[in-house]
Design a protein around this ligand. Structure first.
Ligand code: GTP
Length: 246
């Protein structure tokens, strides 16, 4: 068996969708896109790809515009959500740029047609891109208002037949209480979809968790802040909380 195949067999999940919040791209800034932070995430993704993982990405848009906040300020909700979806396209293009800077092949596919700047979402084509080792970045959520990028991520993970949805957050899993304010908070190693929904643990939107439950795709909550974190969780070494049916 080749060295490559050995590495692939070490992977706990081969094809994954990585969900990153838009705010994570702000890095130390208060707004917008911090390219050194995008590059840091790009390096994490490149390292995970070298292990043989097939990776697709969904990035939120909250660092630029949040549909809900726009609606709260009096904007019509669908209109505000359209602006939020456009924010996710900006983030997708920034991450594409960061990944390509370090030599990772990428394709951006958008749920809203923007043919001059990226491909439209075509499921079978996206799968082909991933099989060829390209990182596919899905932009514009589901392409519809009233949905979040969490739900968009769950939908794409299901459509791509991903083995897991990796949710990169500020902390390394789901805790019994806020670990920043409560030193007694403990991290759960595993939870069921039902635990998350019934106890309203707010890991992701309920609709995203339900879709992952219906399609039986585990959600892996981990921190993207430590170097090598994505590689570690993909090989079952790093701290995380795995949400599944069992
Ligand atoms: P293979 O045919 O599998 O090699 O995939 P490919 O993506 O390289 O093929 P294609 O020749 O279709 O695409 C070449 C480049 O054009 C890639 O960078 C695509 O992302 C880009 N591209 C393809 N379709 C569109 C589109 O509708 N809009 C934009 N803006 N770019 C596109």
């Amino acid at each position: 068996m080749s060295e490559d195949n050995d590495e692939v067999s070490d992977l706990r999940f081969k094809r994954v969708l990585l969900k990153i919040s838009g705010e994570a791209l702000m890095g130390t800034s208060e707004y917008g896109i911090h390219m050194p932070t995008c590059l840091k995430f790009a390096e994490e993704i490149a390292a995970a790809r070298e292990l043989g993982a097939e990776i697709c990405l969904v990035i939120g848009g909250g660092n630029i515009f949040r549909g809900l906040a726009g609606a709260a300020n009096g904007m019509e909700r669908s209109q505000a959500d359209s602006m939020g979806m456009m924010a996710t396209i900006m983030n997708a293009l920034a991450m594409q740029s960061a990944l390509e800077t370090i030599g990772v092949q990428t394709r951006v596919q958008s749920g809203i047609r923007m043919d001059e700047i990226c491909e439209p979402f075509i499921r079978r084509r996206a799968i082909r891109h991933m099989e060829k080792g390209r990182v596919v970045i899905f932009a514009a959520g589901t392409g519809n208002p009233y949905f979040t990028t969490d739900t968009g991520a769950a939908l794409r993970a299901a459509e791509m037949h991903c083995d897991a949805m990796m949710k990169g957050t500020q902390v390394d899993g789901v805790y019994s209480a806020d670990p920043k304010s409560n030193p007694d908070a403990v991290r759960y190693d595993t939870l069921t979809y039902q635990d998350v929904l019934a106890r309203d643990l707010r890991v992701m939107d309920a609709s995203a968790v339900s879709l992952m439950r219906d399609t039986n795709i585990p959600i892996v909550v981990f921190s993207l802040h430590n170097k090598g974190a994505l590689q570690d969780v993909l090989t079952g070494k790093g701290p995380s909380t795995i949400i599944s049916g069992k």
